[in-house]
Design a binder for this molecule. Sequence first.
Ligand SMILES: [Zn+2]
Length: 144
Amino acid sequence: MKVFDLVCDKDHGFEGWFDSADAFESQLARGLVECPLCGSASVVRRPSAPRLNLSASSAPAAPAPVPDARALQQAWLRLARHIRENTEDVGERFAEEARRIHYQEAPARGIRGVATPSESEALAEEGIEVVSFPMPVSGKEPLQ
Ligand SMILES: [Zn+2]
């Protein structure tokens, strides 16, 4: 489909939808294109380029269902518990410890702790993978 900007002899602007430019010319020649406001068949195309109507192919996909907040919270708590059970808390020594493990100066193991953004950035530059994960505050969220 193509959309043409049309205007009648009373200067009413409107849009006409046609299969092609040829279809428009053909319908216009037969007086089938009328102004929706005044019914005039004296219609001309505005000197603007026709636009392709892409709505059929570019229509946005149906919105994803909103995840249930409670299910998300539970998944987060499960993951937090898993991390807590499988990592050693090194607190503020996190960056230092991650570096020691990376350079095999300390036994390889999962660790967790806190790192400043600049520390995380420095680790990333050294090729040390760090994942940021918001842990629940101890004692506030039941993890067991
Ligand atoms: Zn008109």
